[in-house]
Ligand binder design. Sequence first.
Ligand code: AVI
Length: 339
Amino acid sequence: MKAQTDPSRGAAAPLSLDQAPAASPAPGFADAVRAGLARPQKIIPARFFYDRAGSELFERITELPEYYPTRTEAALLAAHAPDAARAAAGVRTVVEFGSGSSAKTPLLLDAVRPRTYVPVDISAEFLAVSAAALAERHPGLEVVPVAADFAAPFALPPLKGPVMGFFPGSTLGNFAHGAAVDLLRLFARALGGEAGGGDAWLLIGLDRRKAVDVLERAYDDAAGVTAAFNLNLLARVNRELGGTVPLEAFRHRARWNERYGRVEMHLEATRDVSFDAAGRSWRMTAGETIHTENSYKYSEAGARVLALASGWVPVAEWTDADGLFALHLWRADGGAMEP
Ligand code: AVI
């Protein structure tokens, strides 16, 4: 059986999401599904998108014509990493949060030329491969990988300052505003830029607010890759949690929520459906959805407020000619704003 994609929407590569063999459950997945499906508005947290199949689908998303963030940010980095390096002169250590394949990192390292690069990622597999590749590409650079979930308090090795944090990809957009503030404060602490501390910078990519049709197309592409990425969550429930979710009874939905300033992704039941998952039985009525992701978008003013509420001072912002995406350079306020 194939995952459901709208046949009128162009040819995605064959997707056989529910044919993969059973796999052992990721830590916390069963509890998250049990709690999430019991809520009035059902949810499955977006962090569970990224098993191997989901990570591969996400890589394909980043190359889609409709998904402008990745290529726009890469062009901004190529053009403005030298400006960021000049503004934050003397940076000795770059720490990348959620480094993944470190695809954009060379653009920054070439400009900043730090002595040490610290990639932080939950996937030890990604870290080993990308750390080795970067060390080879940048002879003399000390690469100190840290396997950790950057969204939870974690320990970094002692850092030689000034330090620059690097958080590309608009990953912050997947955090609700309160959680985004907490995370940015955590970064300030981890980089030594908290009250009275060292000199810390953050170079962060944030997707901008824009026309609703552009946003919704970016999250509901014609080839159906984002639909497959979303539906893979249910396939993963089947693989890892003994689920019997009929994938053909669900469709991908992406919609802009103006009140919250975010694109929401949902999985909508196309008929009344019942299934087992994580040791329980569940029912959904036609039209009911499981909310799987929020992707918050920031105006220039919104990004400034976010920075200032999180212990950072905006220093520079670079955007493309169409104003699709922005690269921000912030400096830790070090408590200087308190009288
Ligand atoms: C990883 N994150 C920044 C992506 C985004 O744009 O919110 C995840 C994504 N979901 C669907 N397409 C891309």
